[in-house]
Design a protein around this ligand. Sequence first.
Ligand SMILES: Cc1ncc(COP(=O)(O)O)c(C=O)c1O
Length: 405
Amino acid sequence: MMIDWMAAFAPRMREAKPSAIRELLKLLDRPGTISFAGGIPDPALFPRDEIAATSRRILAEQGAIALQYAPSEGYAPLRDHIAASLAAHGVAGTRDNILITSGAQQALDFVGRLFLSPGDEVLVARPTYLGALQAFNAHGPVFGPLPGSGSNRAALGSGAGGGESGRARFGYVVADFQNPTGECLTLPERQALVANAAAMRLPLVEDAAYDQLRYDGDGLPSLLAIGAARAGGIDAAGIIQCGTFSKTIAPGLRIGWIAAPRPVIERLVVVKQASDLHASTLNQMIVHEVASTIGPAHLERIRETYRARRDAMLAALDRHFPDGARWTRPQGGMFVWVSLPERLDAEDLLPLALAARVAFVPGRSFHPDDSGRNTLRLNFSLNDEDVIAEGIGRLGAVMRQALAG
Ligand SMILES: Cc1ncc(COP(=O)(O)O)c(C=O)c1O
């Protein structure tokens, strides 16, 4: 007898539908299509030679450690390295404040597992990172607006916390070069957010995936740094920071981390154990070695490359996009966020764009409430300047046609 798989799945998983956009974006493989859809680094910037040499050396000299089971907390020298770079940014802590995860995405999944029960509220900016919504969605939460972030900026000072339901468990924030908008919270916004959350005893989950990718302007203190300074240390601050080496070394190594008060880390270690025991030790050792040797110089190369691409995209948008469209001018990260006149729906434009051999992600997916239909996300990290100019030219023509129609 055939099993009725739909009935066998947990109810929450029955509802998870494959996205229509994902189906459409399969057309990206058509030759000549220029994609601004992915959120991925340029593979030409992966430090392949260094990774190859480092991994050969580690296997020769420390193979028994690199290939053996290891503690769930992560490779101690890598945890020390992360603690030291946090200290350099004003957050004094030790390796006991750090858990190594399989990318920041796993960190978000773990935060969901640790804090959420069905019906709990998570406060998020609108728009926000789709992968965070997906990670938290596994636990059946409702999403409320996070005051003082993204399009909810006007509400700043109205009191983060309790949320509409009074059951808010945490606020999720990408303070630097947000995915999808590319925007940063200003210093006063950061301070107010941390102060409000502290007043309401609301944990803040800070996703710092892009904080290293700044191309101009001065860096701002992280929410973790602001929280630790206010509270007198990382252990007293209500901030859980998720970081990653995906954007600065290579995402395929799947190495990220959580920096948090010790009681949170201790509990997350139990979650890590149950999930996959520990992150790949060989990859942690490679990341530790590469980050502590070529790390800063390599980051500078990435910044230079992406800065030029960001500039090329903004110049092409100025040239080719019709009046009535607006876009962000990010100082870093990987994305530009476009708002079209209200009457246009980016999901209707996507098939037309694909026919013109150019792709983007419609903005609705980044909104937990299905709003943002007139918005779209463009990635600038993957293609070189000429390709960006050509692709934005094609997209501009599609926009003009849609506006004329
Ligand atoms: C805001 C944000 N957080 C987390 C991630 C996941 O990163 P990782 O590769 O470390 O899992 C991404 C990836 O694009 C991201 O944009």
